[in-house]
Design a protein around this ligand. Structure first.
Ligand code: ADP
Ligand code: MG
Length: 156
């Protein structure tokens, strides 16, 4: 799972299925199909942590899911970023820059929405702890997050 990490990626935030914030209280910014298809095809599905920045805003901690969502029996692969920050407004259409730093766990099926939500809360806590480690904090300051606006560059 770690072979492709750290993985740098930038792309537009598009509309997903509206399931993140509405049902779970945990919004996930979805990348376009084009960006998803630019990922290494052999990157493991599951839950990851890393850093994220919207436009040229501040860099925040994030958790990210790659792959099929078993809970919703998705027919599509998705890459969805939950930024650990409270935003005043939605940011559809903006450029999201992320660096995927580490892997947390594979995808799982959950018996209930409550079980899914508590797993995500644990993922968020794990992400926060991991990203405070000096070797991971370093990536928050990476030049990748300070490139000129308007350029879409995948994987550097
Ligand atoms: P969709 O199915 O369209 O992705 P979601 O319910 O997952 O809908 O909500 C995602 C949207 O919420 C993002 O595209 C973004 O505009 C907004 N949003 C607000 N706060 C956050 C956040 N902390 N992390 C991710 N997205 C957020
Ligand atoms: Mg979403």
């Amino acid at each position: 799972a770690m072979r492709h990490l750290p993985y740098f990626c930038r792309g537009e935030v598009v509309k997903g299925f509206g399931r993140g914030s509405k049902e779970l209280g945990i919004p996930t910014a979805n990348f376009s199909e084009q960006v998803v298809e630019s990922f290494p095809p052999d990157i493991s599905t599951g839950i990851y942590y890393g850093w994220a920045c919207v436009g040229n805003g501040d860099v925040h901690k994030m958790v990210l899911s790659i792959g099929w969502n078993p809970f919703y029996r998705n027919t599509k692969k998705s890459v969805e970023t939950h930024i650990i920050h409270t935003f005043k407004e939605d940011f559809y259409g903006e450029i999201l820059s992320i660096v995927i730093v580490g892997y947390i766990r594979p995808e799982k099926n959950f018996d209930s929405l409550e079980a899914l939500i508590s797993a995500i809360q644990e993922d968020i806590e794990e992400a926060k702890r991991q990203l405070d480690l000096p070797e991971h904090l370093k990536l928050k300051e990476d030049n990748f997050f300070h490139l000129p606006e308007g350029k879409i560059v995948n994987n550097h």
